[in-house]
Design a protein around this ligand. Structure first.
Ligand code: SF4
Length: 317
């Protein structure tokens, strides 16, 4: 269930007038589950900040980019991105359970529609199974925003086409834990190897319901990893990240990536400088176990794919 506009404006009265313009630039959706973890009525709460629209999103910034990770040039057919010969990324939908205000895909053209047509999807699957990739990453939007039947059919077609490994990149276990039903978990476990990569940025996102959803996946033998995004005012603090990463390990979830924020148009208030990011990560290393340490990576705008921030920041000769 989605939280209503009046409740959101109750926390952020300044949104009353700006709502239409902000929601037109990127939809507003907050699940009841995620909302219940926001503390009080503080718009600066680290969970509230991630999902509550902000009139500041409409203010241009010199660092803004519409395609900060170079996806457009690496899209051989609609709904597919390929940056490496052995991997292929499929966008199952543009819909999400929550719309995170920092999302690097927030500028996708709404004219393209929220879901691929059957013809476009057949073309995307044809490409994925004939490009030489061994691994498919199901992304979006949120690939768990589509029905189980379509998700499982996609996995089965990819397998039949020779793709061995499947990764599902989803925020659903965190923002809508009830989406991780026993039926879905069983169906994914039967299709191993399927990896699930969740997206959690702050330790307070880990509620008892989220713990149970993650446990359902892990108990079924499905490997689970977490990727977080380094976000100003949310988790740009080594103590917060340490609590998140250790919390993930305690739940048998491997911290995988800490993403440097992609500077998409509208998310300037979330950006952290590379220098500050490197300082935070150096401090984080002194606080957590080696198995709890994620890779701090950046996805550069030239579309060449993710690299370590330390390497990206190194002066080149
Ligand atoms: S769930 Fe993922 S794709 Fe959807 S808005 Fe959030 S970050 Fe973007």
């Amino acid at each position: 269930m989605i939280v209503g506009r009046s409740e959101i404006v109750g926390i952020r009265p300044d949104l009353a007038e700006a709502w239409d313009a902000v929601a037109d630039s990127f939809p507003v959706h907050v699940t009841r589950s995620f909302w219940s973890r926001i503390v009080g009525s503080d718009p600066a709460d680290p969970l509230a900040r991630q999902v509550l629209p902000d009139p500041a999103e409409l203010v241009p910034d010199p660092g803004d980019m519409d395609d900060p990770v170079g996806d457009v040039a690496r899209s051989p057919v609609p709904w597919v991105v390929q940056k490496h010969p052995d991997r292929v990324l499929l966008l199952l939908t543009k819909r999400c359970h929550v719309y995170c205000r920092y999302c690097f895909r927030r500028t996708h053209d709404p004219e393209d529609g929220e879901d691929p047509s059957p013809e476009a999807w057949a073309r995307a699957l044809d490409y994925a199974t004939s490009c030489g990739a061994r691994e498919a990453i199901l992304s979006g939007g949120d690939p768990l925003a589509v029905r189980d039947a379509r998700l499982l059919d996609t996995i089965d077609r990819l397998r039949a086409g020779g793709i061995k490994r499947i990764r599902i990149h989803t925020r659903a276990p965190i923002v809508l834990p009830d989406r991780i039903t026993d039926g879905l978990v069983e169906a994914l476990a039967r299709r191993a190897p399927v990896w699930v990569v969740v997206h959690c940025n702050h330790p307070r996102e880990l509620s008892p319901e989220v713990d149970a959803a993650l446990a359902r996946l892990v108990d079924a033998g499905i490997p689970v990893m977490n990727q977080a995004v380094l976000l100003a005012g949310v988790n740009d603090d080594p103590a917060v990240l340490a609590e998140l990463c250790e919390g993930m390990i305690d739940r048998r979830v491997k911290p995988y990536y800490l993403h440097h924020t992609d500077p998409v148009t509208g998310n300037a208030s979330f950006r952290v400088s590379i220098e500050r990011g490197l300082q935070i990560v150096a401090e984080l290393k002194t606080r957590v176990s080696g198995i709890a340490m994620p890779r701090y990576i950046i996805d550069p705008p030239d579309g060449s794919g993710k690299i370590d921030v330390s390497e990206f920041a190194r002066p080149r000769s």
